[in-house]
Design a protein around this ligand. Sequence first.
Ligand code: CDP
Length: 212
Amino acid sequence: MIIAIDGPAASGKGTLARLIARHLGFHHLDTGLLYRAVARRLRSEGLRLDDRHAGVAIARSLDEASLLDPALRDAAAGEDASVVARIPEVRQALLEYQRDFARRQPGAVLDGRDIGTVICPNAEVKIFVTAASEERAARRFRELVARGEDVDFSEIHEQIRMRDRRDADRASAPLRAADDALLLDTTGLDIESAFRAALDLINRKTGLCGCA
Ligand code: CDP
């Protein structure tokens, strides 16, 4: 069973995906980490983010250990990731890793931007998570402050808006809800309420979470 969770930056999709996977005993892959890891390796090797050849080679070499570096969660890594993510060859090089992961038993939850549309178009459940950009900026601000980063709220808000545009307007696998995705707007919902709402959607589709 595959559960695809897509949505824009700081929509809460990662937290939801993690909680859902834990609840169901499924594996979880935060696919944003793959793009973050490619971007970080390019930077650390002094290469340009738009170096296709190197980007593809790095993408092909990634494994689970490459995704554990806490620095991948930095705001700068997210910005860099969205630049690397525009390169179709890099996306292609990351495709098999994601599809292999999705086949794990007893099931897998993948979160990202194109899981329901490109990576796993046959996923049994697709949820597209949204929230107002002010609220997403506030969440990201709190998250980064808690990590000890020195950040400015209006800058974070502007970055979120720019990243939304970059992700939605790119030619290769742009951010959009699959036609058969269930929409979950988490504006005004805390994590627990958003989690309950997501379980409810999954249950309606599969009967899996009847016990929730
Ligand atoms: O947590 P947040 O939503 O800020 O970022 P993320 O999910 O780690 O993704 C970082 C960037 O990677 C996004 O802005 C996208 O450009 C890109 N990405 C993508 O293109 N496709 C995915 N499946 C996941 C991330």
